[in-house]
Write a protein that binds this ligand. Structure first.
Ligand code: NAI
Ligand code: MG
Length: 331
């Protein structure tokens, strides 16, 4: 029996996180769920954004399924997501983006995996005011941080038989920081002569992805570019409701969708649970329940292909519960 920490989260978080739990339970894999919340709602109830019980539960279980958490814009507390990623050193944010049937994706041949550095870059949280009119944020790029994310990308490429790794950067402008990232990427690439390696400047990369996503395979990049490009690429495959993710550290995995708490549709049963359900499949891979993971992916694929139960973002009018039930019922 594996113990997994389940963080329901804010907004649509509880709707999609419990949907994913239901789908995992339907596979018959024995999981003991430790349900502990964090976030804006938790603060209102307990006076703490990340309760101590949650940190203890994550430290003990080392496997987490997480709903999205709201972060106030421009003021207020530091992002709980960033805090958790830094605290548990989940340095690799891995986001597979694949075309699926019956979605509103503009392409049917996208098969990308974004590897986003997850602990430093412009998300290091070093920001200050020089005076009322001047502010600064410091971008931190380290050799250790860069090497380990690029290693992760190449290791994955090798294991999954992928052909190419593209390092995304802006080293023409940020010569020192992104320059270091690129140097590290080059040095790791040399150890994998069978995998093609190339570099692309991030602005061009955005255009390339929108025009020719099929030309790309594995993408690896510093934190901010990874955040932006994964939402961009989500748009190519039919939206944020479909794209899963994993935050991986040396002995910890926190699994969550790419999307946020979507306050605009929260509590209305409009949320597409597939992104969170596919994240739970990544979690099952991680705990070596590969058969159950594949079963979930196949069930999602079949439900999308049949097209009977589609949430609003997919062009239908099924509720979160209806599409979840349909996925649970597939063999
Ligand atoms: P968002 O990802 O929550 O929503 C963007 C758009 O996509 C909205 O129109 C939303 O309705 C739609 N959408 C997202 N997920 C969907 C789903 N499963 N099904 C159907 N439609 C979906 O981004 P937004 O609005 O910028 O952020 C909202 C809050 O979420 C903010 O407080 C932000 O800080 C937080 N956030 C949290 C994340 C996390 O916990 N990992 C990640 C990203 C944002
Ligand atoms: Mg994001």
């Amino acid at each position: 029996m594996t113990r997994v920490t389940l963080i329901p989260g804010d907004g649509i978080g509880p709707e999609v996180a419990f949907a994913a739990k239901e789908v995992v339970d339907a596979t018959g894999v024995k999981i003991e769920w430790d349900i502990v919340n964090a976030g804006a709602d938790t603060y209102k109830k307990t006076g703490s954004f990340i309760p101590k019980t949650l940190l203890e539960s994550i430290s003990k279980n080392r496997v987490v399924l997480k709903g999205p958490i709201t972060t106030p814009i421009g003021k207020g507390f530091k992002s709980i997501n960033v805090t958790l990623r830094q605290k548990f050193d989940t340095y690799a944010n891995i986001r597979p983006l694949k075309s699926m049937p019956g979605t509103k994706g503009r392409f049917d041949n996208v098969d990308l995996v974004v590897f986003r550095e997850n602990t430093e870059g412009l998300y290091a949280g070093i920001e200050h005011k020089i005076n009322e009119d001047v502010t600064e944020a410091i971008k931190v790029i380290t050799k250790k941080g860069s090497i380990r994310i690029v290693e992760e990308a190449f290791k994955y490429a090798k294991e999954q038989n992928r052909k190419k790794v593209t390092a995304v950067h802006k080293a023409n402008i940020m010569k020192i920081t992104d320059g270091l990232f690129l140097d590290c990427a080059k040095s790791v690439a040399k150890k994998y002569p069978d995998i093609e390696y190339e570099e692309k400047i991030v602005d061009n990369m955005c255009m390339q992805l929108v025009m020719y996503p099929e030309k790309y395979d594995i993408l690896v990049m510093p934190n901010l570019y990874g955040d932006i490009l994964s939402d961009l690429a989500s748009g190519l495959v039919g939206g944020l409701g479909l794209v899963p993710g994993a935050n991986i550290g040396s002995d910890i995995g926190i699994f969550e969708a790419v999307h946020g708490s979507a306050p605009d549709i929260a509590g209305k049963s409009l949320a597409n649970p597939i992104a969170c359900i596919m994240s739970s499949a990544m979690m099952l891979d991680y705990i070596d329940e590969k058969q159950a993971a594949n079963r979930i992916r196949k069930a999602v694929w079949t439900v999308l292909e049949e097209g009977k139960w589609k949430t609003k973002d997919l062009g239908g009018n099924a509720t979160t519960e209806e599409i979840t039930n349909a996925i649970c019922k597939k063999p």
